[in-house]
Design a protein around this ligand. Structure first.
Ligand SMILES: Nc1ncnc2c1ncn2[C@@H]1O[C@H](COP(=O)(O)OP(=O)(O)O)[C@@H](O)[C@H]1O
Ligand code: SF4
Ligand SMILES: [Mg+2]
Length: 328
């Protein structure tokens, strides 16, 4: 498969400053993350809150600057771009967030909210509005919504406005960051189907970030599992859901469909599936970051850092137990 995006060793640590502005450590939010996004493919990213999913998305768009690594969009490292070429590249990648108000303006009628990015990029108002009408239809909003303010819409309708706005510049890649998480289950299903249809019709590639395993399984061809800033497992969706190799992924799948409840959910004997809190990324555990909650951890896990190893074609996991069973 051709790749539209190739990410190598991308890393970001947020400095933490004391009262006097001196750096007193850092939050390792994204640690040497590498992956490829297939042309017209969908990559799902899962992990508990705080594991670095949104930071990764913002790094890909260069909304924040990485400390290291590269992001190649069709062979061009976007970290080298400046000025107009950076602006042009940013239009190729668009984001849809959990809260539609982070991209839409509550004071603008629906039609202008959708038309705005096009108008701001130099199109005439009339042409921008005409195209916005077309996208309103594509996302299932009726013409009667055009003059209304976002506050008078339902949550699902507002998310459709945010989606139409993200699409009007004809991006190649859409990053949906918890884009359906705030919606009711039935509305969620409609919006997921909308994403599927749009992806097909507009030849989009997608990165689909969610803490809901069912949503990710439904949407993605490939899945990447993150824990405290690191990728612990990635591979084809069927492999991740059918033959998870990492103890973290296995625990998630065994416990609950949603990561929000995964750690409260109890096994038949009253034991939680995964013990303990997510450690602070300010001071992550040495060696394998998952070791403080891993039921299989040994002393070795505190001193050696597991690296991703192929467990079957295209399927990789980072656990020392797997490395042991690998031929030298
Ligand atoms: N601007 C920032 N400054 C300092 N720490 C940050 C900043 N943005 C995110 N973080 C920290 O980075 C970690 C990853 O956050 P985030 O990417 O939002 O995770 P997720 O989207 O998976 O919930 C968290 O510990 C968060 O507190
Ligand atoms: S390396 Fe050790 S702590 Fe980490 S997942 Fe494997 S067994 Fe568990
Ligand atoms: Mg997030």
């Amino acid at each position: 498969m051709e790749h539209i995006l190739e990410v190598n060793e991308l890393g970001k640590t947020f400095p933490i400053r004391n009262f006097f502005g001196r750096t007193k450590g850092g939050v390792s939010a994204v640690d040497r993350v590498s992956f490829k996004l297939g042309e017209r493919g969908t990559l799902g990213i899962v992990g508990e809150s705080g594991c670095g999913k949104s930071t990764l998305a913002r790094l890909l768009m260069r909304l924040i600057e990485p400390d290291q690594g590269e992001v190649k969009y069709r062979e061009q490292n976007i970290l080298d771009l400046k000025g107009l070429s950076l602006k042009n590249m940013r239009q190729r990648i668009q984001m849809v967030f959990q809260n539609p108000y982070s991209s839409i303006n509550p004071q603008m009628p629906v039609i202008d909210n959708i038309a705005f990015p096009l108008w701001a990029s130099g199109e005439s108002k009339a042409a921008s509005r005409a195209k916005a009408h077309h996208f309103m239809e594509s996302v299932g909003l009726s013409r009667t919504h055009a003059g209304r303010l976002p506050a008078s819409l339902s949550g699902g309708q507002r998310q459709r406005v945010a989606i139409a706005r993200a699409l009007i510049l004809a991006p190649d890649i859409v990053i949906a960051d918890e884009a359906v998480s705030a919606l009711d289950k039935s509305v969620q299903a409609q919006v997921l189907n909308l994403f599927q249809d749009l992806k097909q019709d507009l030849s989009l590639s997608m990165i689909f970030i969610s803490h809901d395993l069912h949503v990710v399984e439904y949407m993605s061809d490939e899945v990447m599992v993150m824990y405290l800033g690191r990728v612990v497992e990635k591979g084809p969706t069927s492999q991740i859901f059918g033959r998870a190799a990492h103890p973290y992924t296995q625990a998630l799948l065994a416990s609950a469909p949603s990561l929000e409840t995964a750690f409260e959910h109890h096994k038949g004997n009253g034991e939680p599936v995964l013990k303990g809190e997510l450690p602070s990324p300010l001071n992550p555990p040495s060696g394998c970051r998952f070791r403080t909650r891993c039921p299989l951890a040994t002393d070795r896990c505190a001193v050696e850092t597991p690296v991703l190893q192929e467990v079957s074609p295209g399927h990789e996991a980072a656990c020392l137990l797997l490395q042991e069973s690998m031929p030298a």
